[in-house]
Unconditional design. Structure first.
Ligand SMILES: NC(=O)C1=CN([C@@H]2O[C@H](COP(=O)(O)OP(=O)(O)OC[C@H]3O[C@@H](n4cnc5c(N)ncnc54)[C@H](OP(=O)(O)O)[C@@H]3O)[C@@H](O)[C@H]2O)C=CC1
Ligand SMILES: CC(C)(CO)C(=O)C(=O)O
Length: 361
């Protein structure tokens, strides 16, 4: 990226829960930020009333003026000023067209931070080329776009020992631009630069595979599905299966919920009766119960938010990706496949979320 004397121009494409949350903080700190979103009412509300955030402490509750654009207005930036930094925070299935849209508004040397779940960097790179791509991971942020112009966060901010944002170059080097983006994100929440983007990505996929689909199929909030023994067990089984697939593919996995991948794999083997009990399952239960205790009962993962709103989910990019990758590497992923099937049935209106539906896996 060219370092210019003027402030870099930042575009957030997808000003939903994650993008809007980041955009509100960066706008409030006086940066040149544009939030672009497909939801017309949301853009209108942001223009009219600003963007309102609510968090778990008084300092995290504020409303800030933001500059919001409808997607169709993005082309006007060519007549004004191009963008230096982009955060893509749309759903995974929107990544390809968003990358096409970005082609005309990027300044030379711009950096595009892929701030989504799943693994979307290759999709962006296919359109915009690898040199502009930087990975961004949002870990335990738990945010929801409650209504147009209003985002709620249901878990306390990160801090010493736990970085909510992770920024990493696809090649793993610690570059000046990665440092610059990490510094910027530190204005929002704790951030680290990682040399291990791909391991971080798959480890985050494990968290999403175990959490998003289980909450979606059961209809329970994150805290409630963890407190319920049958869904807690299901989520640990998915975690182990997904970590196992990641290792079989060759991802050097990072810690998952603060624990080594081997714990989840061992716990899964124990739950499937394939390993004698050595306490891994019990330890995994303690870990997830500890996470649940820090969450509000209303908190639900993004996939469960989508299903509750009758919207398309990212299931094909989360558990679906695990199934697909497993198949192409000769590994089995039956629990992910069962979750994929059930969430698709809910999306198609052929089934409703319930505890029994989750217990059938
Ligand atoms: N929410 C979270 O806590 C976390 C989410 N992520 C990831 O971040 C990425 C973005 O997700 P997230 O910010 O949650 O997405 P949101 O659902 O909050 O927003 C994404 C888009 O959804 C649309 N939208 C949202 N709600 C409505 C509604 N009620 N009616 C109509 N349209 C609506 C908007 O455009 P459109 O209609 O075109 O979709 C919006 O831009 C995903 O990859 C997700 O997995 C990562 C970590 C945590
Ligand atoms: C980890 C989790 C479940 C919450 O931040 C998430 O990434 C999501 O809601 O998609």
């Amino acid at each position: 990226m060219n370092i210019r004397s003027e402030q870099p121009r930042i575009l957030i494409i997808g000003a939903g829960a994650v993008g809007g949350y980041i955009g509100a903080y960066l706008s409030r700190s006086g940066r040149d930020v544009i939030l672009a979103d497909p939801w017309v009412e949301h853009v209108e509300a942001m223009r009219r009333d600003g963007l309102r955030l609510q968090g778990t402490s008084p300092e995290e509750c504020f409303t800030t003026p933001v500059r919001a654009l409808h997607l169709g207005e993005l082309q006007s930036l060519r007549c004004e000023r191009l963008v230096d930094i982009v955060f893509i925070s749309l759903k995974s299935y929107d990544t390809a067209w968003a990358s096409m849209l970005l082609r005309d508004v990027l300044a030379p040397g711009a950096v595009v931070v892929v701030m989504q779940n799943s693994i979307n960097e290759p999709t962006v790179a296919e359109v915009l080329g690898w040199p502009c791509v930087l990975g961004g991971i949002a870990n335990k942020i738990v945010v929801e776009l409650i209504q147009p112009g209003f985002i709620r966060r249901a878990i306390a901010k990160g801090g010493a020992g736990f970085e909510v944002f992770r920024v990493g170059e696809p090649h793993g080097r610690i570059t000046p631009r990665a440092k610059m983006i990490a510094e910027m994100l530190s204005e929002v929440d704790s951030t680290k630069i990682t040399p291990a983007l791909w391991g971080e990505r798959w480890s985050k996929l494990v968290q999403n595979a175990m959490s998003n689909a289980v909450a979606s199929v059961s209809g329970l909030s994150t805290r409630s599905y963890i407190e319920e023994p049958s869904t807690r067990r299901l989520s640990i089984r998915v975690a182990g299966e997904t970590a196992h697939v990641g290792q079989a593919i060759g991802y050097p996995l990072e810690p998952i919920n603060g624990e080594a991948p081997e714990l989840w794999i061992e716990a899964w083997r124990e739950a499937e009766g394939a390993a004698s009990g050595n306490g891994a399952f019990k330890r995994a239960e303690e870990v997830v119960l500890g996470i649940a205790s820090r969450m509000e009962y209303t908190a639900r993962p993004s996939m469960a938010q989508d299903l509750a709103k009758g919207r398309r989910s990212e299931i094909e990019h989360i558990n679906g990706m695990v199934v697909q990758e497993a198949a192409s590497h000769g590994v089995e992923a039956p629990i992910n496949a069962a979750l994929l099937k059930r969430v698709r049935e809910i999306e198609l209106g052929r089934a409703a979320p319930s505890l029994d539906f989750a217990r059938s896996i």
